[in-house]
Design a protein around this ligand. Structure first.
Ligand SMILES: Cc1cc2nc3c(=O)[nH]c(=O)nc-3n(C[C@H](O)[C@H](O)[C@H](O)COP(=O)(O)OP(=O)(O)OC[C@H]3O[C@@H](n4cnc5c(N)ncnc54)[C@H](O)[C@@H]3O)c2cc1C
Length: 466
């Protein structure tokens, strides 16, 4: 039974990777720590439950990483994917700290496994969690509890008392026990983005947001982020920027996870509901392009698209939860997809006619391209001519949003007047926009949570002692 009448040194709001790294780090620094996780125990851990790997810099190959990934290379990758929209000082700090995280996270009980194969080719840069994100979280919770961190589930924070940039208390709502005022000397906000709040998404995306599927937890509704911004914390990031991929249109509204993501785009073509292609499916290697397809589909009529391919490539990509829809002819496939058969036949005939001879190699930018059609397919273009013809319907799958709270290198929130908050820190998705102005490099969500979570916990503990 957690004694909620006492004043804790550090209050952590959230129950995912960032929250647990902060809680463990604060506890190891000698602080008393309470974690309030809004979800029930079974669903604890937010989007972290769905993760598989983390991107950390390292100077040499490890037992599970195939080669070095220097700080400079990590920085260049980040610069490329964000188009320079990142806080260089914070990003370089995160990258430097990520080197140490590879070992620190193991010291907290997490185990690595050899890299998974598949089209993302991450064996050199990203370390995979043994058993996936849920096993990773179980290890962190176990360690936190052994260290004496108090954890409450079904513990939604519905209000924050903040005066002049200083956190005073949080209002907690529980199904049993009702509302309670929780006091603490410092706050670590690690409560995720607002991706599960469709009404909030609609402010920027309009009615289209009704057709978005949320890949992760329904509990990241952005309530804490909204309160912090309303109470004087400086915001960072563009509210329309987010990580969004193409996921199966048959996936559930929330929590469909990794098994609904389609990695087959480069092996076929993608058409909208008018059976028209709308983007170069072979623009670049998949790890650099998978995260643009959510936005591309979001911009199509009714936010729906179809990946079309033929039987020759079925075993070339990771299978997903849902089987492809099949047709013996293109017309039959079109009928099953409720597309105009004549329009789909024309698109595929035109595409096939534009395919030039080349040597197919999906691991590099090969010379298989189209000529004379718009948009072109600049690599991996092969004729779609071997039945059965196959398709996956896809919708935008939102992973997480980038709008967040501004922080400094201590993970301390900055107020609108530019001054650091007296006792408020943030880590994870809720401050991802400091590093990710736009774009994404696989595995960086967990880097942001681990690095800034660890720092936030340590600094919050120090702050509480003073
Ligand atoms: C399908 C999928 C796969 C992914 N794969 C990867 C991957 O392999 N590698 C990678 O780096 N990233 C991946 N990501 C992104 C990654 O999940 C996030 O970047 C990361 O988990 C964020 O951690 P976090 O602790 O900030 O947020 P979360 O893990 O989402 O935790 C937020 C927590 O806040 C709680 N909360 C929210 N509001 C309240 C409230 N009012 N009161 C109390 N608690 C509240 C939630 O219940 C939740 O526990 C993936 C995401 C998804 C959806």
């Amino acid at each position: 039974m957690v004694d909620l009448t006492r004043r804790f040194d550090v209050l952590v709001i959230g129950g995912g990777n960032a929250a647990l790294c902060a809680a463990i780090s604060a506890r190891r620094a000698g602080a008393s720590v309470l974690v309030l996780e809004g979800a029930p125990k079974f669903y604890r851990g937010g989007n972290t439950r769905h993760t598989r790997n983390m991107r950390c810099a390292h100077d040499a190959a490890t037992e599970i990483l195939t080669g070095p990934y220097t700080e400079e290379e990590f920085w260049k990758d980040l610069l490329l994917v964000t188009g320079g929209q990142t806080d260089e000082e914070l990003a370089r700090f995160m990258i430097h700290e990520s080197k140490d995280i590879l070992n620190w996270i193991v010291e907290q009980g997490v185990r690595w496994q050899p890299s998974l194969g598949g089209t993302l080719s991450l064996g050199r840069t990203n370390s995979f969690f043994l058993g996936g994100g849920r096993a990773m979280l179980n290890a962190l919770y176990r360690t936190a509890e052994e260290l004496g961190v108090d954890v409450l589930y079904d513990a939604e924070v519905i209000d924050l008392k903040i005066e002049d940039g200083m956190f005073l208390s949080a209002q907690l709502k529980q199904p049993v026990g009702g509302r309670t005022e929780v006091r603490a000397s410092t706050l670590v906000a690690a409560a995720g983005g607002f991706e599960a709040n469709i009404e909030w998404l609609k402010q920027y995306w309009g009615e289209a947001a009704d057709n978005f599927l949320i890949r992760g937890t329904p509990y990241n509704r952005g309530a804490i982020l909204k309160m912090l911004l309303a109470k004087g914390v400086q915001e960072i990031g563009d509210p329309t920027q987010c990580h969004a991929v193409a996921i199966d249109a048959r996936a559930p509204k929330f929590d469909g996870g990794i098994i609904t993501r389609h990695d087959s785009v480069v092996f076929g073509i993608v058409v909208n509901k008018h059976a028209e292609r709308f983007y170069d499916e072979g623009e670049d290697i998949w790890p650099k392009r998978y995260a643009i397809w959510g936005r591309l589909v979001a911009a199509q009529p009714d936010q729906i698209a179809y990946i079309i391919f033929d039987s020759t490539v079925v075993t070339s990509f990771m299978p997903t939860l849902f089987p492809p829809i099949a047709g013996a002819t293109i017309a039959e496939l079109a009928g099953k997809l409720e597309l105009d058969p004549a329009a789909l036949e024309k698109t595929i005939t035109d595409f096939n006619a534009a395919v030039q001879p080349g040597t197919f190699d999906h691991t590099m930018l090969d010379d298989c391209a189209t000529q004379g059609i718009t948009p072109p397919k600049t690599h991996w273009a092969r004729r779609i001519d071997t039945p059965p013809y196959l398709a996956y319907p896809v919708r935008p799958g939102i992973t997480f949003t980038y709008l967040g709270t501004r922080v400094n290198k201590q993970s301390r929130m900055l107020m609108k007047d530019g001054k650091p908050s007296a006792n408020m820190f943030a880590a994870g998705e809720i401050m991802a926009g400091n590093v990710l102005g736009k774009g994404y490099a696989a595995g960086i969500g967990m880097t942001i949570g681990s690095v800034f979570g660890r720092v936030a916990g340590r600094e919050a503990a120090k702050n509480a002692r003073n």
